[in-house]
Design a protein around this ligand. Structure first.
Ligand code: 3HC
Length: 604
């Protein structure tokens, strides 16, 4: 660490004066940042260490801008002008006249400190020096220079030309004017800036990487396949990419470094990089950039996934399935109604059982309304609607399920109530009928064990609204037979759902990955590191999430969220899964989210 005293060396650059920008390091991020800055009209000096690395950087930028032209985001003329605004060089001394430098070299304090010391010598006194570090201490980087007040973090998101968000990291010595200048510059690039303190992971990575690491652990433990883990988060939460595909995009070496730094700073076990990450990096499997990571790609840097030895080959599965002609649904709530509709629409005969005639009528009414909407939207014809309704029979007697091939229950989430139902179904249903639960939080094996046919009991976890959401988690207990899994998978495909298979652990795939992330966001709020608006913005703009964590918590309901988090904590005994006190307090106060008009936010 340099012993240079802290001093304000010169009047730093101002927003309007930033026209000449240096970018050092042309890896995935540096190349993207160069493209973004050149696009804004500034001239960029793009520096790499060797001619080979420089040529690779040039290729990345040429490829990305060509794709932007092909997609109509840029005209040919604009592309030519953009490229003409970049001077590619291997000489740092070419940065002698820049107003701002953005550093994007590997995540090593030694490399960054040495670079910043050199930049301090080369660049003019007014130049601002910014680091794109995703987890290293910007304060530590800044003291390698004689102008720490002009050093900030400027953290972009991958792919930098697409993600419209940056985190600006201010240290205890950053000058407020410099921070404002960089924020204004970010806006000129079309990026929404949020200013945060110097803490490993800042906002987005601090929330993202615990979740990504957890997904790697699931994969490592063979809890579910890579395809199923990724599909679960895309289809269950609407994320643009699954966690393992995202890690391949970020780069497994980068991800490892980020997690390692976060772990060393916070000592949170959930940030300790999953061992398989280290093994993959050691073996040269660094993700897209090396052509192989969790998936195999057509070529290094290509986004196109190709078949490899781990690609599931369901065609080769020799397990015979059980024929399913008719199904039963027990329950009359939102989930039961949606599931009954999905089955009937797909051509299955459905008997649904509710507790009263009124509830039987209500379910039918809700399905009629939903099908009518589908007709009006041109998604279903009238004959299809009538046929679906004709296949739907309501009853108040469980005995009417004696002949169905499969029953799904979607009743209240109370173990004693479900156990009583499974005992009854076991007596009523014919031998070989599959008994499924759509529980989201109870162990499926409990329901299996109460019956005389545990091999025929499975979890079929649908998502709300069940008639629309594509994902179904098929939960296999230690007792579930292979043909029940194969039959469930076939049935899901028949009703136009995307099945994923996982073991019987609290939260299955989606909730186990989603809720600890939401809980971490609440903890970040409790620590006053960032406010709810900035946290929501970071996840939406930085990572393409459809909703920020606080928006989502208020929609899901804080009571429901707390119950899921408690279940996860009870099962895994993981300190980091303990519900955030703020969540418990809001529930105690009756602030349950949108449904009560107040949760993390107040609604009109
Ligand atoms: N310039 C301008 N626009 C471009 C472009 C370019 N060079 N390249 C692509 N685009 C546009 C495309 O035209 C498209 O726009 P459209 O939606 O209007 O058609 C849009 O960007 C998306 O591009 P693609 O169609 O090529 O690709 P996808 O739709 O498959 O999306 C993705 C790809 C943007 C990567 C999306 O999957 C995504 O947002 N994933 C999540 C990424 C994420 O989480 N990033 C953050 C990671 S963490 C991080 O970076 C921090 C670091 O410290 C690790």
């Amino acid at each position: 660490m340099s012993q240079t005293p802290i001093s304000d060396s010169a009047t730093p650059a101002t927003p309007s004066s930033i026209t000449r920008v240096g970018v050092v390091g042309l890896g995935t991020m540096g190349a993207g940042i160069t493209e973004v800055v050149a696009r804004s009209g500034a001239h960029v000096w793009a520096v790499e260490a060797t001619e080979v690395d420089l040529a690779r950087g040039v290729k990345t930028i040429e490829g990305s801008t060509s794709r932007a032209v092909a997609k109509g985001k840029l005209s040919d003329q604009e592309r030519t002008e953009l490229l003409a605004r970049i001077t590619f060089t291997t000489s740092l001394s070419d940065l002698a006249e820049v107003d701002l430098v953005v550093e994007a070299v590997p995540e090593s304090m030694e490399i960054k400190s040495a670079l910043f010391a050199a930049l301090d010598e080369i660049t003019p006194a007014h130049a601002i020096l910014a680091s794109n570090t995703s987890s290293l201490s910007v304060t530590e980087i800044s003291v390698a220079t004689g102008r720490p007040s002009q050093v900030v973090g400027l953290h972009f998101f991958n792919p930098a030309p697409v993600q419209a968000f940056v985190e600006i990291v201010r240290t205890v010595v950053s000058s407020p004017e410099v921070v404002d200048t960089v924020a204004e510059f970010a806006r000129r690039l079309g990026k929404e800036p949020v200013v945060v303190g110097d803490k490993a992971g800042f906002i987005a990575n601090a929330l993202l990487f615990g979740y990504l690491n957890h997904a790697v652990t699931m994969y490592e433990q063979k809890y579910a396949t890579r395809e199923d883990i990724d599909a679960s988060m895309r289809l269950g939460c609407g994320l643009p990419m699954g966690p393992l595909a995202l890690l391949d995009l970020i780069g497994l070496d980068t991800a490892y470094e980020i997690l390692d730094t976060m772990y060393k700073e916070g000592r949170d076990r959930l940030h300790a990089p999953s061992p398989v990450l280290k093994h993959m990096v050691t073996a040269g499997l660094r993700g897209r950039k090396s052509g192989r990571g969790f998936y195999t790609y057509e070529a290094p840097h290509s986004p196109a996934v190709v078949v490899d030895a781990h690609t599931p080959n369901t065609a080769g599965e020799a397990v015979a399935t059980r024929g399913i002609g008719s199904v039963g649904v027990v329950g009359s709530g939102t989930m039961a109604t949606g599931i009954a509709e999905a089955f009937a629409k797909a051509g299955l005969d459905v008997i649904y059982v509710a507790r009263s005639e009124d509830k039987v009528k209500a379910v039918r009414g809700a399905v009629e309304k939903s099908l009518e909407k589908a007709v009006q939207r041109g998604k279903l014809d009238e004959a299809g609607r009538d046929a679906a309704l004709a296949r739907l029979v309501g009853s108040t007697k469980l005995d009417d399920l004696a002949k169905v091939d499969l029953v799904v229950e979607a009743i209240v989430e109370e173990l004693s109530v479900k156990l009583a139902l499974f005992e009854n179904l076991d007596e009523i249903c014919k031998p070989g009928a599959i008994l499924a639960t759509t529980t989201s939080s109870l162990p499926v094996v409990e329901m299996a064990a109460i019956t005389s046919r545990p091999q025929d009991v499975v979890g079929l976890h649908f998502f709300n609204p069940a008639a629309v959401m594509k994902l179904v988690e098929i939960v296999s207990t230690v007792a579930t037979s292979d043909d029940v899994i194969a039959t469930s998978r076939e049935l899901c495909l028949r009703i136009d759902k995307h099945p994923v298979v996982c073991a019987d652990r609290a939260g299955f795939i989606v909730n186990a990955l989603l809720f600890p992330y939401l809980n971490d966001a609440i903890r970040m709020l409790e620590m006053n590191y960032a406010d709810a608006d900035d946290i929501d913005l970071a996840m939406k703009r930085g990572c393409g999430y459809p909703m920020g964590p606080f928006e989502l918590l208020d929609v899901v309901g804080l009571d429901v969220s707390l119950a899921i988090q408690q279940t996860l904590y009870r099962e895994f005994r993981e300190r980091g899964f303990a519900p955030a006190p703020r969540l418990e307090h809001l529930v105690t106060a009756g602030y349950l989210g949108r449904k009560t008009g107040r949760g993390f936010r107040v609604y009109a």
